[in-house]
Design a protein around this ligand. Structure first.
Ligand code: ZN
Length: 216
């Protein structure tokens, strides 16, 4: 959840900065819109690829753990049973009850018991790279759409203050929400993310204006 809030900050700051930089160079409303949409697509794709790669390597590690556990269960079942019982003793069971629990869970689902209690994996719920990629792309695109929609609704002459205003208000709201989730001071978090966003937008606008002057 907090990762989703951070991702949404990225989406708003990068898309609105891109649009403001292009707008400040005296580019047309259409060029500003194209910059925003391109920024949305590029950001969503880059989030998806990054997430896919990271969750895939997590999945690879899980699969390697499962294969090793399977092999150990096949080659040294007695040692594995003792290992499982030892885990339950550490959690507070008496040795005889721990052994009984380990035996019964092993009779029911040997691999599942080891994955859950030894490796901390949920056999039903492994890492899903494609799902993770899809979720982060959609989340980025949703928040990147905020400055684009704001510009579409604003009169052409007002596009710069409207894009900046909508983005900063959204950042403040998300900052406050993220802080509330983490039980941190709300005002300070909102202020920090708003100032950071304003700096990013102001800097990109300044560079856009400079390039607009020299290139035009
Ligand atoms: Zn084991």
């Amino acid at each position: 959840m907090r990762a989703a809030v951070l991702g949404s900050n990225d989406a708003i700051v990068s898309t609105s900065s891109l649009m403001l930089g292009v707008a400040a160079s005296n580019a047309s409303r259409e060029a500003t819109l194209v910059a925003g949409v391109a920024g949305l697509v590029a950001g969503a794709m880059s989030m998806a690829v990054g997430e896919y790669v990271s969750v895939s390597s997590q999945r690879d590690a899980e699969l390697a753990d499962i294969a090793r556990e399977n092999e150990e269960l096949a080659t040294q079942p007695a040692a594995e049973l003792r290992e499982l019982a030892g885990i339950y003793v550490k959690r507070g069971l008496t040795p005889s009850l721990a052994l009984q629990v380990a035996e019964q869970l092993s009779a029911h689902d040997k691999l599942g018991a080891h994955l859950r209690d030894e490796l901390g994996l949920d056999p039903e719920d492994g890492a899903r790279p494609l799902q993770a990629a899809w979720v982060s792309a959609v989340s980025f695109a949703t928040f990147a759409a905020l400055p684009i929609v704001a510009m579409l609704l604003a009169p052409a002459a007002w596009r710069i203050p409207v894009i900046a205003g909508v983005s900063l208000v959204s950042l403040a709201g998300l900052g406050a929400y993220g802080a509330k989730l983490g039980a941190a001071p709300v005002g300070r978090a909102a202020l920090r993310v708003t100032i950071g966003g304003a700096l990013a937008m102001g800097l990109t606008m300044g560079i856009g204006r400079l390039f607009g002057v020299t290139a035009g």
